[in-house]
Design a protein around this ligand. Structure first.
Ligand SMILES: Nc1nc2c(c(=O)[nH]1)N[C@H]1C(S)=C(S)[C@@H](COP(=O)(O)O)O[C@H]1N2
Ligand SMILES: [Mo]
Length: 396
């Protein structure tokens, strides 16, 4: 994409660049920096917004347009547009991995089959659960197969509505022998996945404890609207902070089982991408497919400040159960340094925006790596530079 195009679309207003901190609001500025140090506070002090430098991985990626068919359908979200005031992605721009199955011709009344280790197997009309639906708040979803090929855009956050599974399960007379639950969704498409990349069958096995601990819910609404078709209408699973491959869409069956339950085809397909050791035969031997704390830059802004060009790197942080605000960044060959403005992360449900100033020492290509400077914070994907991104400065 040309520089000119970014001038038109990539610029955000100065006020959205402010990180909500003022000179006397020290709480918002960790690490002893003042807002002016990072030209992040007073929009007027930011100088003149010039444009945004794209990451090398963005070249050729067309965002917000669905491509491919069936299991291979993909829509990548342009994360460079996120701001501190709006880190929620609209339903039209939320990433898609697998589109509404062409073979799905549902009855007017959607039903979920509940069976296995329960006293009374039953077909539960979704409408009978409507009174349980409540606001579930903002949550990030990321495809475990996210990567540079999609400019890391298989990652989005939305506000969800749904019904808490643990509440519903209490009403179901589940047998004492049941320790796990298999949640399945419709998964038949007429067009096979290219190269057999995706295999039919969308089911994941969770322990009942995992469902309760994660606050797992059946989502029926997204950003205040009914769930869109491609996102699982009328009902999908959402396991907060678990990878997208567990977020089964078009949920049609819930089966209670015990620890002898084998891993599903879906679990085996995604074993590597969810950081399992090998591909365990038993579901009970799978580690929770949860996201460690992660971070990456989403845009490189150019500013003219007092006559000279300065860069500001803006990024996101998400994932993890005991998130840390000790975010560090390595730009090019420099040492890791603390990210200048990184709001202490006290929750991992939606994106946390951060910003860091950068004065390019010269023209050239710069790579960005992120780490959490805290040995007790799991960060598998940061440690492997999974979210490594590069940008080119050509006029320093
Ligand atoms: N039935 C069904 N559910 C599914 C899938 C699928 O192929 N079939 N893909 C999963 C994967 S790998 C991801 S990343 C998420 C994507 O959800 P989204 O398209 O709403 O972003 O859905 C999950 N649920
Ligand atoms: Mo995925």
């Amino acid at each position: 994409m040309s520089r000119r195009r970014f001038l038109q679309t990539g610029l955000v207003s100065a006020s959205t660049l402010a990180f909500g901190c003022s000179e006397d609001d020290d709480a918002a500025i960790p690490h002893g920096k003042s807002c002016s140090d990072v030209f992040a506070s007073d929009p007027a002090s930011l100088g003149e917004a010039l444009d945004t430098i794209p990451f090398v991985d963005q070249a050729g990626v067309e965002f917000h347009r669905k491509r491919g068919v069936g299991w291979d359908a993909r829509l990548a979200t342009d994360l460079s547009q996120l701001t501190i005031d709006n880190s929620i992605v609209s339903n039209e721009r939320f990433y898609i991995r697998t589109e509404y199955p062409d073979q799905l011709q549902p009855d007017p009344e959607w039903r979920i089959e509940v069976d296995g280790l329960v006293d009374q197997p039953q077909d539960v009309p979704l409408s009978s659960l409507a009174s349980r639906v409540q606001a579930m708040g903002a949550h990030v979803l990321e495809c475990s197969g996210n990567g540079a090929g999609a400019a890391f855009g298989l990652l989005s956050a939305a506000e969800w509505d749904g019904l808490l599974l643990s509440d519903w399960f209490e009403m179901l007379d589940i047998n004492a022998a049941a320790t796990r639950v298999v949640i399945s969704g419709f998964d038949a498409h007429s067009t096979p996945s290219v190269g057999g990349h995706s295999t039919p069958g969308a089911s994941w096995v969770f322990s009942l404890q995992e469902v309760t601990d994660a606050g797992g819910f059946l989502a029926t609404g997204m950003n205040g609207k009914p769930l869109p078709d491609d996102h699982g209408a009328p009902v999908r699973l959402f396991m907060p902070n678990w990878y997208g491959c567990c977020a089964i869409k078009w949920v049609d069956r819930i089966r209670f089982v015990d620890d002898t339950e084998p891993a599903t085809a879906q679990m085996l397909e995604f074993a590597g991408r969810t950081h399992q050791t090998g591909a365990p035969a038993l579901a009970a031997d799978f580690k929770p497919a949860t996201m460690d704390q992660a971070a990456m830059p989403i845009r490189i802004e150019r500013w003219r400040v007092e006559g000279r060009v300065r860069h500001r790197i803006v990024g996101i942080m998400w994932g993890g159960y005991r998130p840390s605000g000790a975010l560090t960044i390595q730009i090019g060959e420099r040492d890791f340094e603390r990210v200048a403005v990184c709001p202490p992360q006290t929750q991992n449900r939606s994106f946390t925006l951060w910003a860091h100033p950068f004065d390019a020492p010269g023209s050239g290509s710069y790579g960005v790596r992120m780490r959490i400077d805290d040995a007790s914070t799991p960060q598998k994907r940061l440690e492997s530079d999974f979210y490594y991104r590069e940008f080119i400065v050509d006029d320093a």
